[in-house]
Design a protein. Structure first.
Lengths: 224, 202
């Protein structure tokens, strides 16, 4: 065994004492010195390793940028989806509820008695609505409880036949929406801060009465 | 990979803990899961210390030990002699640690950040004189730290480490030499002249 081999063995395992190494050490003062030095250091290494490192639980590192961006994109997509659902669902439900309500008053289509202007005004005012329309056109007027509010439910005679108009002061719409359901067709139309629902039986046009109502409906401020 | 389950304590295992108080009777071990559980649990602190020096993260080390004990329990039939339980379990822990790095690229954090701000408490330790050395061991690259910990804590011989790490015995000797040499330097001592060892695989 030469010095290099001896030092490799000592450095790799300072406590080693093979016969071959002992033989070399007996005739090499430098390697004996190296062994003594490494032996003392080895005692420290063993003392150091005898106790576990005092590690604390590492705080989770911030996720990489791509993961943060992916998360943000996912959240944004979910928000858009939810917003879409939120915007679409009420109008679908509103159209359906309007149809259900009108179907609940089937005789309204056939009303023919004249209703006084005062009576119409009373029903409109109860709902906070002013309507610039010739009362002769109105064949039916009720103030109906609908979605938590009293709303005017009118049947107006048009050149295409009777049309039902519900004036929905508290229903806000972003866009005009046509619907066909249960033999009724109509439109939900945003007007000012509220909206109106105009329906007719079958596939009759409601364009004229809708346009007229958009001009004639005015909202009164809410009473507090 | 093969699990080492030695039947006795070899001369190279001089650093192993004393024999387990549990009887070395194979029949008794096989027939007494409670005794095996107790044996495993008695070794848990050793395993955790070993895993902590390898992983340098307490939470990861705890996970490694837990998973290792689970694997060991599933493979308990491979353990024929309770006296071999400690090196057997340490081997499983080492492989579980290696497996962790194989299957998962862990987030890299500056060791200085971890060690200097978290590894050591602000208050002085009783063995303050070893602070620098413990810090230096933590900073050793895994290829040097792993054989050193296997040798010192595991009591494995260079040949056994070589077998476990799939290296030549000379390569392991070289790594152990260099590990200690790096520690000398990190502790402010003069480096010993390097030896020209072969670190290639067998």
């Amino acid at each position: 065994m030469n010095c290099q081999e001896a030092r490799l063995q000592i450095g790799a395992d300072p406590l080693a004492h093979s016969a071959e190494l002992q033989e070399h050490l007996s005739g090499c003062a430098d390697c004996r010195r190296f062994q003594a030095e490494m032996g003392a250091f080895e005692a420290d290494i063993r003392r150091a390793l005898a106790r576990p490192p005092q590690l604390q639980r590492r705080a989770r590192a911030a996720p990489p940028l791509w993961r943060q961006l992916a998360l943000a994109a996912s959240v944004a997509a979910a928000a858009v989806l939810l917003a879409g659902v939120w915007l679409l669902r009420p109008t679908d439900t509103l159209a359906h509820e309007v149809v259900v309500h009108v179907q609940g008053e089937p005789n309204s289509w056939f009303a023919a008695e004249h209703i006084s202007s005062a009576d119409i005004d009373a029903k409109l005012r109860r709902a906070g609505v002013v309507l610039d329309i010739n009362s002769d056109q109105i064949m039916y007027a009720q103030s109906c409880w609908f979605r938590g509010h009293y709303v005017p439910h009118l049947v107006v005679q048009t050149t295409h036949g009777p049309a039902t108009v519900m004036i929905l002061k508290h229903e806000q719409l972003r866009t005009r929406q046509a619907f066909h359901e249960s033999g009724l067709s109509g439109e939900l139309v945003p007007v000012g801060a509220g909206s109106i629902a105009v329906l007719t039986r079958g596939d009759g046009s409601v364009d004229d009465i809708t346009a007229q109502m958009q001009q004639d409906v005015h909202w009164m401020p809410d009473a507090h | 990979m093969r699990i080492i389950a030695r039947s006795g304590k070899s001369a190279a295992m001089r650093n192993s803990q004393p024999d387990s108080p549990v009887s070395s009777s194979t029949d008794q071990l096989a027939g007494a899961p409670a005794a095996l559980t107790q044996l495993f649990e008695s070794l848990r602190p050793d395993l955790l210390r070993f895993a902590q020096w390898l992983a340098r993260d307490r939470a990861i080390a705890e996970d490694i030990v837990q998973e290792s004990l689970l694997r060991a329990w599933r493979s308990r039939d491979a353990l024929k002699d309770p006296a071999a339980a400690r090196p057997w379990l340490l081997t499983i822990v080492r492989r579980e640690h290696a497996r962790l790095y194989e299957r998962k690229r862990l987030e890299l954090v500056s060791l200085d950040d971890v060690v200097e701000t978290q590894a050591f408490p602000k208050v002085a330790e009783p063995d303050d004189d070893l602070f620098t050395l413990r810090h230096a061991i933590m900073k050793l690259p895994i290829e040097y730290r792993e054989p050193l910990v296997l040798q010192v804590l595991g009591g494995f011989s260079a040949e056994e480490i070589a077998h476990e790490l799939e290296l030549s015995a000379t390569a392991v000797l070289t790594r152990l030499f260099r590990a200690r040499n790096k520690l000398r330097v990190l502790c402010g001592m003069t480096a010993a002249p390097d030896v020209a060892g072969d670190e290639a695989a067998p």
